[in-house]
Design a protein around this ligand. Sequence first.
Ligand code: IVH
Length: 695
Amino acid sequence: MGGMSEQDVVRELQHLRRQINHHNSRYHQYDAPEIPDADYDRLLSRLEALEAQHPELISADSPTQRVGDKPLSTFVQVQHELPMMSLAKVFSEQELLDFEKRVQKRLDSDAAIHYSCEPKIDGIAVSLLYENGLLIRGATRGDGLSGEDITHNVRTVRDIPLSLPTQEECGLALPSRLEVRGEIYLSRSGFARVNADARKKGDAKVFVNPRNAAAGTLRQLDPQVAATRPLRMFVYSTGIVSDDIPWPGSLSEIFLNLRRWGFQVNPEQARVRGFRACLDYCQALLAKRAELDYEIDGAVIKVDDLRLQQELGSNARTPRWAMAYKFPAEEMSTVVRDVEFQVGRTGTITPVARLEPVFVGGVTVSNATLHNMAEIARLGLHIGDRVIVRRAGDVIPKIVSVITQTDNSLIDEEPGAKDSRNSELQAIKMPANCPACHSPVEKDGDILYRCSGDLICPAQRKESLRHFCTRSAMDIEGLGEKLIEQLVDQNMLHDVADIYALSKQQLLTLERMGDKSADNLLTAIEKSKTTTLARFLYALGIREVGEATALALATHFGSLEAIMQADEAAMLQVSDIGPVVAAHLLAFFANADNLQVMARLRAAGVHWTEHQAMQQSSALQGQVYVLTGTLQLMTRDEAKARLQALGAKVSGSVSTKTDCVVAGPGAGSKLDKAEELGIKVIDEEQFLRLLQELE
Ligand code: IVH
C-alpha cells in the first residue's frame, strides 16, 4: 500500500466499495451470492486495511461504516417535517366497497381508478432522510409528529442504502432532499434464527413474535446488537422531497424510482385497475399469507395517482386516498379455562390448555399445547389467566404470553381489581397419577413426565393403535381416532395385533357402523397386510423411531430378524442412529410382550418383501442433495430417508457444495440459487426414477 499514489488509493477504495455493495445486495436482497463468503471477506478486509492506512478517506457510506457508531446514552427526539399518518382500517369486503364509493363520490367520477395494492407489513414504521444522496437520519414514527432518532441502528440494515446512486450511475436525477418511508421487519426465518441464537446462549428472554423482536432491536442504544439481527425493510412511500427535480405523477412510478435507487419495494406490490381487481388482490394475498417469509396483517389499497390523492386529501390522522384491509389477526387474547393432561403413545404426559374459543389466524382455536411443565413455568401460567394466543401460518396454536395487570392497556380491567391474578388463580400441577389409568406418573429426565402404565394404560394403547393405522404406517383407511376409541372401550382391541382378528359381526355392534362400512374397513385391514419392512417398523411405535430411522434400519439390516439380532454396536453402524435410539430399540426387542405382538401380526399374515440389505446403499455416497418446493409423490421425510439410505447427505441450503437440487412446484430462492450456481436440478419424477434405479 505504501507505494500507491493518493489517486490510486481513492480509485481502489471506490472500486472496493462498489464491489462490496454489489455483493451485499446479491447476498442479502436476492439470496443469490455470486462469490464465496471467503472472497467477500477478503474484499472487506482489503477495504478495512486500506481505510486504516488512510483514515481521512473513510466516507460515511463505506460498507465498513454500517456498525461504526458508538452506543448512544439516550434517544434524541426528531420532528417529522410531514406528519407520518396512519391508515383507516376495514375488516370486510363490504366496508372496502364503501371506501371505493366514497373515493368516487369525492372525485365526482365513476371512471375506474387505478390503485396500488400492497401487503401491510407487520413491522415498525420508519422514516429515512437522504441529503445529497447520503443517508443522514433514520427515525421511528413515534406519535406521527415526532419520533426517535435511530440512525445508528438503521445503518446496520442491509436493505437500506447508505448512499444513493448518482444520475450518472442509474440514469435518474436525485432530489437534494429525499425522505423515504417504510417498514422495518424481521423475516419469519430471521426471527427463528434470533430466538435460536438466544436459546443457544442460554438467554432466558426470547421474543414472542417477529414484530416485537424488530421493535426491541431498533430500541437498542448499541448498534452492535442490531448488527447481529437480520433486520430488513420494505419501503412504501416518500415523505418530504425537495422540488429540484421533476417528480413522478403516481405512486407506482415512485416505486420504480425507489427500486432503481436500491430500496426494497415489496415484490407483491401491484397496480390494478378498478375495484374488483382490488378485492381479487386481497383474496390472493390472503391465500398466500402463510407462504410469505414475513408477517403481514392485511393489504393496503392506495389511489395510485398523486393528483387524485391531493384532491381527496386527509382527515385528521388518516388519508382519504388509502385504506387498510385487515386480515384475521394471528394473535388474540383469551382466557385459559383449564389445563388438562394428555397421555401420548409412549406415555409422555403433555399439558394442554383448554381455552375460551377465540378466532385467531383464520380459525377458531379452543386448545393450545403447553409442551411441558417448564413451558408453564416460563410463562408463569395459571388457570384463569388471560393470555395471548398465536397462530401464524399453518402452525399449531400456542400461548405466547400471559397478560399481567401491568399491561392492562390490552384489556378492560375493572378498577380496583389489582392483585386478583395471584390470589385467585389456580396453579397448575402435574398429577401424581395418570389421568387415564391411574398408574403413578414418573419423571423422565429434567422436564418430561411419563405414565408408568405402559400397555395397561388405555390412553397409551389408543395412541399406539392410532399411530399404527396412520397413512405413513400401516395405512388402514377408516380406522381413525373415534373408532379406535370405541373399540378399545368395548374391549375389542387391546393391542395392534387384535386389529387383524376383528370380525364383521363385532364391527356391526358399533355405533354408526353399517354393513358397507364394515366391509370397507375389513378390506382396508386386509390390504394393509401387504406392507414394507420400513412401514412395519415405523408402525410399531418404538420410541424415537420415526419414518426416516425406520427406513434406515430396514435398508441397513434387510430383515426384521437381522434387526432383532443386532446389538448396540451393530445399531450404531446405521446412519442417524445414536446411543439413545439404539437403547430404545434394544429395550423394545427385549420385551416379551412386544415379541408376542410382532409374532401374532406375522401369523395374521402381515408381510413384506425383504430389503436387499446394504446393497448399493452407497450409490450416492458423499453427494449433497437439497430438496425444495412441494413433493407430491412422497413425503419430504421419505425422500430424505431414501437419499440417506443411498449414502447421500441432505442439506437445507444450496451452496457450491451441492450436487443436485430436487425441485417440486413452488420452489423459490433455492431453485434460483441452484440455477445461478449451475447446479443440476431435477424434478420429482426424475428423482423417483433415479431412486428406483439405485435402490
Ligand atoms: S402507507 C398515509 N403502506 O401501517 C399512509 N403503511 O396504520 C401511510 N404499514 O404506520 C402508510 N405496510 O407502519 C403503508 N404497504 C404499506 C404498509 C403500511 C405497513 C404500516 C405503517 C403505518 C401503518 C398504518
